[in-house]
Design a binder for this molecule. Structure first.
Ligand code: NAP
Length: 246
């Protein structure tokens, strides 16, 4: 990839592209969101994001996963994309262990319904115990099943208290969380001011129609200003990193 901003550089690897100092707040992990969009704003092609990707995009996805203490994802995306557990390559595992992290990051899935397949590889073959983030007043029978298959964080009441749930992740020692979407949870967490960083890949594609965007749901209480930190390019794909202005 070539870096276009803040300083021009002709050859930047994916590991270098994602390496930046991040300062987690005391009360929760630093939350970095990673999303891909077509130039006209589509976040999915036929219900999945895979059709938008490129080799460099996949490399950035894997490098961000490699850095994360925990991966956060909402149940809609787990079901749509058929999520499995994280499986870092040997080099990433080595780097993680050297940094004092688990070889593979746990994945925390956000769900109200607890409509998840407990026998799927996501739960049954995970190296790091999966985490389920839900509301304490979720269906009692499903909550029992969840507790048999995952580390359950149930905070709030009828609805999840997301700030408290992120606090519980911090309490488990997780300082850096990678949020992988999807658009509904992105909207909620941006609305609560709980996302610190946005890694956005722009795929050089126009799709038209009326697809979902990287955020969807109610309008945010206030427009979220973003500060551009980096722009990279490869094969007409743009890789942007934004942070919240401090
Ligand atoms: N372009 C990209 O980079 C990218 C990335 C990720 C996903 N996607 C695409 O986005 C689509 C999925 O996104 P989506 O917006 O439909 O779903 P989503 O945000 O992935 O998941 C929504 C689900 O999260 C849970 N949830 C959300 N808010 C909650 C709350 N306040 N309390 C409890 N649970 C809550 C609910 O799960 P339950 O139903 O279990 O209660 C809800 O159905 C797919 O097409 C996927 O391919 C694209």
């Amino acid at each position: 990839m070539r870096r276009l901003y803040p300083t021009a550089s002709p050859d930047v690897g994916a590991a270098e592209a994602v390496a930046v100092e991040r300062k987690p707040p005391d009360e929760r992990p630093w939350v970095m969101l990673n999303m891909i969009s077509s130039v006209d704003g589509a976040a999915a092609v036929e219900g999945k994001s895979g059709g938008l990707g490129s080799q460099a995009d996949h490399q950035i996805f894997h490098e961000l996963r490699g850095l994360a203490d925990v991966i956060l994802v909402a149940a809609g995306t787990v079901r749509a994309e058929g999520y499995g557990p994280a499986r870092p390559d040997p080099k990433t595992r080595e780097a993680r262990v050297a940094r004092g992290q688990a070889e593979a990051p746990p994945i925390a899935v956000i769900t109200g319904s607890l409509n998840l397949d407990w026998s799927s590889p996501f739960f049954a073959q995970a190296e790091s115990q999966p985490i389920v983030i839900t509301a304490p007043e979720a269906d009692a029978e499903r909550l029992t099943q969840a507790r048999e298959n995952a580390d359950v964080i149930a905070l709030g009441g009828e609805v999840i208290d997301f700030a408290a749930a992120l606090g519980a992740l911090r309490g488990r020692g997780h300082e850096l969380a990678l949020l992988e979407g999807g658009p509904s949870i992105n909207n909620i967490l941006y609305g609560l001011d709980l996302i610190d960083e946005l890694n956005l890949t722009f795929a050089p594609t126009l799709l038209g129609g009326d697809p979902i965007r990287i955020l969807r749901g109610a309008a945010l209480p206030e427009a979220q200003g973003l500060k551009l930190q980096q722009v990279l390019e490869q094969d007409s794909y743009l890789f942007l990193r934004y942070v919240r202005p401090q």
